[in-house]
Design a protein around this ligand. Structure first.
Ligand code: AHR
Length: 355
């Protein structure tokens, strides 16, 4: 597949060079004098690797950082032409975009899928066109693994379990009866790997430690939606003491809802505060809120996939098959310095203490 794609590009570039050369020769002949071709002509003969990137949208700080990482990496200076497309959180837009990439005969398709399901048909079309597909961030659930070359991203279930273990350690240390823990889960986009993994991690911990998972609502990974659903939950329940937000932007909305309801935010749930935990740790705002104690714990989700995808493309260019699944190492942030480490499946994870 890689070989064919490389040959296709070489053939295309040769064609461009040939057409341009003919034009230059005709032009020079017509003028009757030798002229140096202008920079435009030189640029078009560059051997750029064309990457079509279908991005989920711009719903969160994480997403914007991820987009920036791709744009900073796939530059002309680095030898790439990036065709960027924002799907505005709609899978149908992503499918249309991938078909456009196929028509344009891009060298690589990079897909950050909105949800896991529904990719078989369009990825089969990419495979038929011999265009390698690299999946980033969330995963795809396909009937045939050969429909994509590889995936790079986070272990979302592990992220969820890390937060669960951190909460358990906190409750034990502070002698909080875990049967009195009433959690609401503000879920991310339903069907996205990050939502499935983080919600799954919470279910495991809730079952294990006997917490009461009071309610779940979809926050769509956005501040506005999370504020709205949290306001509704506060109207319905008067005993919420922990809010599990599946990203930081949701935590911002939840903070607004809790404060507007005149309630207090913080880890001291024995004293009536509502504790918030979340994911990402990308924006300064989230880190500041964690330092203030308004977000008690954040499991890092690293968005800087540009250089990772570049490495994958470089190895495919050399005909070397990359790892099918590449998980990124991630930290956990908190300003509560009494918990220095947590364990998941007997593996220790240190906590980055924020000061
Ligand atoms: O899939 C990764 C998640 O998507 C990030 O946690 C979230 O902020 C983003 O929108």
């Amino acid at each position: 597949m890689e070989y064919i794609s490389i040959m296709k590009r070489i053939k295309l570039n040769n064609t461009i060079v040939l057409i341009l050369s003919v034009c230059i020769v005709l032009y020079l002949t017509a003028c009757g004098e030798a002229k140096v071709p202008d920079t435009q002509v030189l640029e078009e003969t560059e051997d750029l690797v064309v990457v079509g990137f279908s991005q989920v949208g711009a719903e969160s700080d994480w997403r914007n950082a991820n987009t920036q990482s791709m744009k900073d990496t796939f530059t002309r200076e680095n030898g790439y032409e990036l065709i960027f497309s924002d799907a505005q959180q709609k899978q149908s837009n992503q499918i249309t975009t991938i078909r456009t990439f196929i028509q344009r005969e891009v060298d690589y398709i990079v897909l950050a899928p909105v949800t896991e399901d529904g990719w078989d048909t369009v990825l089969s079309e990419a495979k038929e066109a011999d265009i390698p597909v690299i999946v980033v961030d969330r995963q795809v659930n396909v009937s045939d693994d050969s429909l994509f070359d590889c995936w790079v991203g986070s272990n979302f279930r592990l992220e969820g379990e890390k937060v669960g273990e951190w909460l358990h350690r906190y409750f034990v240390q502070n002698e909080i009866d875990e049967a009195g823990v009433n959690i609401v889960n503000i879920k991310g986009t339903l069907g996205a790997s990050s939502q499935i993994g983080r919600s799954g991690g919470l279910s495991i911990s809730a079952r294990k430690y006997n917490w009461n998972l009071l309610a779940e609502a979809e926050g769509e990974y956005t501040q506005a939606r999370a504020r709205e659903v949290m306001t509704n939950l506060l109207n319905k329940y008067d005993n919420i003491n922990v809010v599990y937000c599946e990203n930081d932007n949701e935590a911002f909305g939840v903070i607004e809802a809790i404060e507007s309801a005149g309630l207090k935010i913080g880890p001291d749930i024995a004293d009536g505060q509502i504790m918030i935990v979340s994911f990402d740790g990308v924006s300064e705002q989230a880190i500041e809120l964690a330092k203030e104690g308004k977000i008690s714990c954040i499991a890092e989700c690293n968005p800087l996939h540009g250089p990772r995808v570049r490495k994958i493309i470089e190895s495919l260019e050399k005909g070397v098959r990359p790892e099918k699944f590449e998980y990124v190492d991630e930290s956990i942030y908190s300003s509560i310095d009494s918990i220095r480490e947590i364990q998941v499946d007997e593996k220790a994870y240190p906590i980055t203490i924020l000061k």
